[in-house]
Design a protein around this ligand. Structure first.
Ligand SMILES: [Zn+2]
Ligand SMILES: [Zn+2]
Length: 80
């Protein structure tokens, strides 16, 4: 079964670096909960960021039948 690579995420949180592929999250507050508190960061557009294909899942977001733990299923990681 062939799996296709994921498109690059649209936005990234400036604090916890959570990723999202939803347009409507851009410039909105991050929804991640870290240590029981909602992240205070804001999603900013990641269109100009450099991305690396995830080494564990090779950009597909899945390892076997599991969501890839390294990239949370996005298939991409911020470069650097
Ligand atoms: Zn965040
Ligand atoms: Zn991955």
């Amino acid at each position: 079964m062939l799996r296709s690579k994921k498109p690059k995420p649209l936005a990234v949180c400036n604090v916890c670096h959570a990723l999202t592929d939803r347009h409507d999250f851009i410039n909105n507050r991050c929804h991640q909960v870290v240590n029981g508190k909602r992240c205070y960061g804001t999603f900013r557009s990641a269109l100009t960021d450099l991305w690396d294909e995830c080494g564990s899942c090779h950009g597909v977001g899945m390892v076997g039948t599991q969501v890839c733990g390294e990239c949370a299923g996005f298939g991409w990681k911020l470069y650097g």
